[in-house]
Design a protein around this ligand. Sequence first.
Ligand SMILES: [Zn+2]
Ligand SMILES: [Zn+2]
Length: 113
Amino acid sequence: MTPKPLSPLLCSMDKHDPEPGSEYKENLQRRAQCRHCDSPIHLDHQGHWIADKPKTGRTSGWHRLFCILNRHTPANHAAKWNGKTYVSRCAFCEAPIIRKRHKVWRLLRDRDR
Ligand SMILES: [Zn+2]
Ligand SMILES: [Zn+2]
């Protein structure tokens, strides 16, 4: 039997440990999955791995799934007309997004600017 690590305690204090190999980059942010509690985590500006926090209370996982599939939901207050189309930020993952057509928002890429 392997001794139980301290990690669940650390996880409950929002100090996580990335699963080796699960690390990836998204919008210049280092992200990973916690090896102990499986939460999606990211590296904050102080160099700590902390759990992703949904902005709007109980955000369910399916929004995240849509984000992964590059289908984002604009935070309406952030939408701006850039001369060609609307750009905004995703209400769930906060990525910069661009409106492709009615109700279809995609990640803003450099070539869209
Ligand atoms: Zn954890
Ligand atoms: Zn999103």
